[in-house]
Design a protein around this ligand. Structure first.
Ligand SMILES: [Zn+2]
Ligand SMILES: [Zn+2]
Length: 240
C-alpha cells in the first residue's frame, strides 16, 4: 500500500531538486550541481563547536578553536551543516521568512548528517524558541520545522513549550559581545522537571556568534540538564 502510494506520489509530484527543479531519484535531496555549490563543513573542524579550519591543516583528532580553548563555549558539541554564504542564504532566508517548505528536508537531512559521527544520545530536541510576538507575526517557527525530522531521527521528544523567550528588537549587525548582552535573560524555563537530567539538542537555522546557544545552554544547565548539544543549518564564519 505504501509502495503503491509512493508510486502514485512519484507520478503526480515527481521528486525534483528544490533549487533548480531538475528531476531526481528521491525526495528531500538536491541535484549534484546544486549540492556542489554549498560550502559544506567537513574536517578539519573544531571538535567542540564545529568551526571549520582550512582543509590542508593537520591538527590531530581533536582540534579546538581559540574560543573553545579559552573556555567560552560550555556546550558539549555544536555542529553546523554549512557556511553562511550567498548559496546557503538563498535557501535559508526564503525558508525563514517566506515559508519555503520545499527546503525543509534538504536542510534537516544535512543537519542530521553533520551530527552522525558524534553518535549522540538525545532525549529532547528543542528548537530555539521565538518570542510570541514574532511567532504570531510569522505564523511558524522555522527552527521547529527543522527540528521535527531531527527529533524523529534520534527517537527523541520534540519540545516546544518548556522554554519561553521574551521579545527583544532584532540583533541586526551587532558584534559578538553585544549579541551576548542582548540575548542575556531572554529565555525562561517554564518546567524544569521535564528536562532535569536529560540530554538536550538545540536546533536553529543559523548560528551567528553562538550567543543564543550559549545563553540557552546557561539556563538549561541551571535547570539541571545533563548535556547540551546544538545544531544549525548554516553558520557565519569569521576568520579567527
Ligand atoms: Zn539543482
Ligand atoms: Zn570551537
Amino acid at each position: 500500500m505504501v509502495k503503491l502510494f509512493s508510486k502514485f506520489l512519484n507520478f503526480v509530484f515527481p521528486p525534483i531538486c528544490p533549487i533548480c527543479g531538475e528531476a531526481l531519484e528521491s525526495y528531500g535531496a538536491l541535484c549534484a550541481k546544486c549540492w556542489a555549490g554549498f560550502n559544506w563543513i567537513s574536517n578539519p573542524k573544531c571538535f567542540k563547536c564545529g568551526y571549520p579550519f582550512p582543509a590542508d591543516l593537520d591538527l590531530g583528532p581533536y582540534p579546538m578553536c581559540p574560543h573553545c580553548a579559552a573556555g567560552e563555549n560550555d556546550l558539549d558539541f555544536i555542529r553546523s551543516a554549512c557556511v553562511y554564504d550567498d548559496v546557503s542564504k538563498n535557501i535559508m532566508l526564503p525558508f525563514k521568512h517566506a515559508a519555503a517548505l520545499k527546503y525543509q528536508m534538504v536542510m534537516s537531512r544535512a543537519m542530521i548528517n553533520v551530527l552522525r559521527d558524534l553518535n549522540l544520545n538525545v532525549d529532547i530536541v528543542i528548537p530555539v524558541p521565538l518570542a510570541r510576538r514574532r511567532l504570531f507575526k510569522r505564523g511558524y517557527n522555522q527552527a521547529t520545522l527543522l527540528a521535527r525530522p531531527i527529533a524523529k531521527h534520534f527517537s527523541a521528544v520534540l519540545d516546544v513549550d518548556t522554554i519561553s523567550r521574551k521579545y527583544k528588537p532584532d540583533m541586526g549587525h551587532k558584534n559578538a559581545k553585544q549579541r551576548r548582552e542582548n540575548v542575556r535573560g531572554v529565555f525562561k524555563i517554564l518546567n524544569s522537571d521535564k528536562i532535569k537530567g536529560k540530554k538536550i539538542l538545540l536546533v536553529d537555522d543559523v548560528m551567528t556568534s553562538g550567543a543564543t546557544f550559549y545563553e540557552l545552554n546557561r539556563v538549561l544547565r541551571k535547570a539541571g540538564v545533563s548535556a547540551v548539544y546544538a545544531v544549525s543549518f548554516c553558520r557565519v564564519v569569521h576568520a579567527i
